[in-house]
Design a protein around this ligand. Structure first.
Ligand code: HEM
Length: 456
């Protein structure tokens, strides 16, 4: 319950147990969209919520409020160390869900520019045509691993692997390292805290080892380009920016592919329109990013001064939870498909899925290409694609931050695998009679050996 001051400011009644909506509780039967609508009705464009017991933040429900916060870095900082809860020791910023890391995402002003510029310049050097061929090769190999079975889980066998393998290839490493990185990432998010800690340590080794290898043997890849950048980041800084690239792309790309496949499999109007080429794949992706957004909410921004947002009186040190999904349902920007034969409202890229302002996603074109290639390969290779279970039986992640499927079981007509496409990028040279001494084992080799042992 909240009391309302004369001018509409929401002030939670002291001690009232229901004043903060608990986003960490199971999603209500009526669904998330109904929850966002209820919060908007009760609070207007900004609502007080809890993201963990006792951890309170302001959820931005309005499109304009989200945009205003993203575009005013001098008022709303990205540096989570400024959050009152962190300053006063009530939240631990080393945890994956409330993190601070020494990378561009958590930096403001000149420091942000210093860390972001090498990332943007390195991504700018990526040859999109070559990378598209790499994405296709990786996608084909993943499809090969299940196409003869006539059934597969498109999340665990496809969408969860593709983005990390692509980023790994942009680091200039063979695919085996990408499979290892994917496994390490899932250990980081393991429910068992001890295993989670081991995952974080192994992740650190992966990126430290990657940078050390590229320092010794530079190539045409993202990490070598960041190391060579005139801004002169240290090796440790490059390791953190390389990790940021993987972390930023992994889950979002996985769920973008999964949610788009779900849309095609469950909405016959959209499926037909897409098959008949009435809806280009990019418009389909925009539709999903509006209506079935992988990043539902994102923590966030920290207010640097007392300020008013919607009906809420924000205090310096308060945290704001960006509400992409609620913003996309804001009546002021609601798109509808009235008059459309395709089930898709007129194409618009004004959704907030890639952010806005100084931190706007520098990988958005790459993300779109990865997702569209992933969908094209499935479309070309799996005929007679159907959901294996009723749509209501599918399980969605319960996280208040993400919307994605735990699994997407499908059936299709079994077919023969294509077989290996091209050789994997060159492995490190080993000793032969003619090449001389073996290169000494480096940190990445040791990590790969550990991982192979783990897989048995
Ligand atoms: C569907 C896929 C993706 C989505 C939805 C997405 C979304 C976002 C969003 C919303 C932000 C801004 C966060 C904020 O303002 O707090 C962001 C930042 C970032 N993204 Fe992406 N991203 C995706 C894929 C990628 C890919 C493929 C890359 C690179 C290969 C990438 C690299 C980054 C980096 C480095 C940042 C930090 C930029 C900064 O803080 O200045 N992202 N992304």
């Amino acid at each position: 319950m909240t009391s309302t001051r004369p001018y509409g400011e929401h002030v939670p009644a002291p001690g009232c147990p229901t004043q903060y909506t608990r986003l960490y509780e199971p999603i209500p039967e009526s669904g998330r969209d109904a929850l966002w609508a209820r919060l908007r009705e009760e609070h207007g464009s900004v609502a007080p919520v809890e993201i963990e017991p006792g951890v309170r933040v302001w959820l931005l429900l309005g499109y304009q409020e989200n945009l205003a916060v993203l575009q005013q870095p001098h008022v709303f900082s990205r540096d989570t160390r400024r959050w009152r809860e962190a300053v006063e020791g009530r939240v631990d910023l080393s945890r994956p869900s409330f993190s601070w890391r020494p990378n561009a995402l958590y930096a403001d002003g000149a420091e942000h520019t210093r860390l972001r510029t090498p990332i943007v310049d390195a991504l700018g050097r990526v040859d999109m045509a070559t990378t598209e061929r790499t994405v296709r090769r990786i996608a084909d190999e993943l499809v090969d691993s299940f196409i003869a079975d006539g059934r597969a889980d498109l999340v665990s066998s496809y969408a969860a692997h593709l983005p990390v393998l692509v980023v790994n290839s942009l680091y200039g490493l063979p695919d085996s390292y990408g499979h290892m990185l994917g496994d390490i990432t899932s250990i980081v998010f393991d429910q068992d805290a001890k295993r989670g800690e081991e995952g974080v340590a192994r992740m650190h080794q992966y990126f430290a080892g990657l940078v050390a290898r590229k320092r010794n043997r530079p190539g045409q890849d993202l990490v070598s380009w960041m190391l060579q950048h005139p801004i002169g980041l240290s090796d440790n800084e490059v390791a953190h920016q390389a990790a940021l690239i993987n972390n930023s792309s992994h889950m979002a790309s996985t769920h973008l592919i999964g949610n788009t496949m779900w849309t095609l499999l469950t909405d016959s109007r959209i499926r037909t329109a897409h098959t008949e080429a009435l809806v280009p794949v990019q418009a389909l992706l925009d539709h999903v990013m509006w209506s079935n957004t992988p990043f539902q909410t994102l923590l966030g921004r920290i207010a640097l001064q007392d300020t008013r947002l919607g009906n809420a009186q924000i205090r310096a040190g308060d945290a704001l939870l960006l509400g992409f999904a609620p913003a996309h349902l804001d009546p002021s920007v609601q798109r509808d498909d009235h008059g459309s034969d395709t089930g898709i409202a007129g194409g618009s890229r004004a959704h907030l899925m890639f952010g806005a302002g100084p931190h706007a996603c520098p990988g958005r074109e790459l993300a779109r290409m990865i997702a569209s290639t992933a969908l094209s390969v499935l479309h070309e290779r799996l005929s007679g694609l159907r959901l294996e279970v009723a749509p209501e039986q599918l399980r969605w992640t319960q996280s208040p931050f993400l919307r994605g499927l735990n699994e997407l079981p499908v059936t299709f007509v079994p077919a023969a695998p294509k077989g290996p496409q091209e050789p994997d990028p060159a492995p490190r040279p080993r000793r032969t009679a003619t090449t001389g001494p073996e290169e000494p084992e480096d940190l990445l080799d040791r990590l790969l050996n550990w991982w192979r042992g783990l897989r048995g």
